[in-house]
Ligand binder design. Structure first.
Ligand code: KG4
Length: 371
C-alpha cells in the first residue's frame, strides 16, 4: 500500500509517499524565511504560498518516490493506493489548501481519502523508517509515553496502542517551541528561533564553580530564572508564560549592565535550561504515575540535542527504550509522518466516507474521532 500524504498545517508545504512505515519520499518546502520579517507566521501569506507551491511539491514527492518510472501522468493512477491529508490542528486557512488538493486528487483518481491529525503524525513519526532500511520497527511496547513538542503543541500522550491515546499533560499557555522562539526573538536572534537558541546556548560559559561537573546541562545555568511549575508537577500541566516574563525582565536588567555576545550565549543557555528542567520534571512525574514501557519524542523541538540528552538520561535510569524520528526532517513538520498514520488508519479501514464532509479542524485533538 503506497500513500500520497499532504500536510499544509502551518508554514511548510509538504508532500510525501510512504509504503507502510517506510518513507519513499519526503518533500518539504519551508516558508520560514518569508515569515521571518514578521517575527512569526503571517496566515494569509502562508495560504498563498501553499497554493503556489502545492502542485510542485506533490509532483516532486511522486517523482522522487518512483525515480525509475518515466510516465509521470500515471503515477497516482498506477502506483498510489490512497491519499492522506492533515485536517488539524493548525492554521485554518493553511489547512484548507491541503484538504482541497487531497479531495481533488482523490476524486480525480478515484482513490480512498484518509484524514489525519497532525499531532498523531508527530507521535508516530518515531515509527517511520527510511526507504533503505531492511527492518520494520515491530518490537514497540505499549503503553508508550509520547512527548510532542513543537511550535503549536506541548503534550505528553499515553499511547495505549496505535490509534488509542490519552492526553496526560498539555500546555496551559505557550507551547515549548513557541516559548523558545519568543526567547530567541527577545535576544534578537530571528525567527524561528529554537534551533538558533540551541546553537547560542552551546557557546555559554560554564561558571567556575560548576565547571568540574561532567553533565554539560548542569554546568550551563548562569542566570537566576524560575523553573516553571516547580513542585506542582502533579497538576500535569506545562506553562511557559511565567518563565517568558522573567526572561524579559532579566534581559532588560542585563542590557543596563551591557548585553554582549557572551551574555546572549549565557542567557540562551539559562532559558533553555529552565524550560527543559520543566520538561524533565513532568516526564519523571508521568513515568512515576503511569506504567510507561517506552518513550517517544517527536515534533520540531525533538531536534534539540540538549533536550534529547536529558530525556535519554531519564529513560536510561528508568530502563525505558527511547525512540526518536530517524532524521531531522521527520522532527519538524512533514508529510511522511502523515503517511505513516494513514497506513495504520487504512489497516483499520478508517477512510473518509463522504468527501464533501471532510473539513479542517484547527483545534483538533489527537483523541478526536476520525470524520
Ligand atoms: O513541528 P514543527 O516544525 O512545527 C509545528 O508543528 O509547530 O516545530 C517547529 C518548532 C519551532 O518552534 C522551532 O523553533 C522548534 O520547533 N525547533 C527547535 C529546534 N528545531 C526546531 N527547538 C529547539 N531546538 C531545535 N533544534
Amino acid at each position: 500500500m503506497k500513500i500520497l500524504a499532504i500536510d499544509t498545517s502551518c508554514d511548510e508545504t509538504a508532500a510525501a509517499v510512504t509504503e507502510g512505515t517506510k518513507v519513499l519520499s519526503n518533500i518539504i518546502w519551508s516558508q520560514a524565511s518569508l515569515h521571518a520579517k514578521f517575527g512569526g507566521i503571517y496566515p494569509s501569506l502562508a495560504k498563498r504560498q501553499h497554493e503556489e507551491r502545492i502542485d510542485f511539491v506533490i509532483e516532486k514527492a511522486l517523482k522522487s518516490a518512483f525515480p525509475k518510472i518515466t510516465n509521470h501522468q500515471s503515477l497516482i493512477t498506477n502506483h498510489i493506493t490512497a491519499i492522506a491529508v492533515t485536517i488539524g490542528p493548525g492554521l485554518a486557512i493553511a489547512l484548507e489548501v491541503g484538504i482541497k488538493k487531497a479531495k481533488e486528487l482523490a476524486k480525480k483518481y478515484n482513490k480512498p481519502l484518509i484524514a489525519v491529525n497532525h499531532v498523531e503524525g508527530h507521535t508516530l513519526s518515531v515509527l517511520a523508517r527510511s526507504r533503505n532500511s531492511k527492518f520494520q520497527i515491530t518490537n514497540y511496547k505499549f503503553p508508550a509515553l509520547a512527548f510532542v513538542a513543537s511550535g503549536g503543541t506541548t503534550q505528553l500522550i499515553l499511547v495505549k496502542e496505535v490509534g488509542v491515546y490519552e492526553i496526560i499533560a498539555q500546555t496551559s499557555d505557550d507551547a515549548l517551541g513557541e516559548a523558545l522562539d519568543k526567547a530567541a526573538r527577545m535576544l534578537g536572534l530571528g525567527y524561528p528561533g529554537g534551533a538558533i537558541l540551541e546553537k547560542m546556548a552551546r557557546l555559554a560559559k560554564a561558571p567556575a564553580e560548576r565547571a568540574h561537573l561532567h553533565d554539560v546541562s548542569s554546568r550551563q545555568a548562569h542566570y537566576n530564572l524560575p523553573v516553571p511549575m516547580i513542585g506542582q508537577e502533579n497538576k500535569f500541566k506545562f506553562s511557559y508564560s511565567g518563565l517568558k516574563t522573567a526572561f524579559y525582565k532579566l534581559i532588560e536588567l542585563t542590557k543596563k549592565k551591557g548585553l554582549g555576545k557572551q551574555q546572549i550565549y549565557d542567557l540562551a543557555a539559562s532559558f533553555q535550561d529552565k524550560a527543559f528542567q520543566h520538561v524533565e520534571r513532568m516526564i519523571k512525574k508521568t513515568i512515576e504515575e503511569y506504567p510507561v514501557k517506552e518513550f517517544w519524542f517527536g515534533g520540531g523541538v525533538s531536534a534539540n540535542i540538549e533536550l534529547r540528552k536529558r530525556i535519554r538520561n531519564i529513560c536510561k535510569n528508568q530502563g525505558i527504550t527511547m525512540r526518536l524520528p530517524y532524521s531531522k526532517k521527520l522532527c519538524t513538520d512533514n508529510a511522511a509522518m502523515i503517511g505513516v498514520v494513514a497506513y495504520f488508519k487504512a489497516q483499520r479501514k478508517e477512510f473518509v466516507k463522504d468527501f464533501e464532509k471532510i473539513e479542517r479542524v484547527p483545534r483538533a485533538k489527537i483523541i478526536d474521532a476520525s470524520p
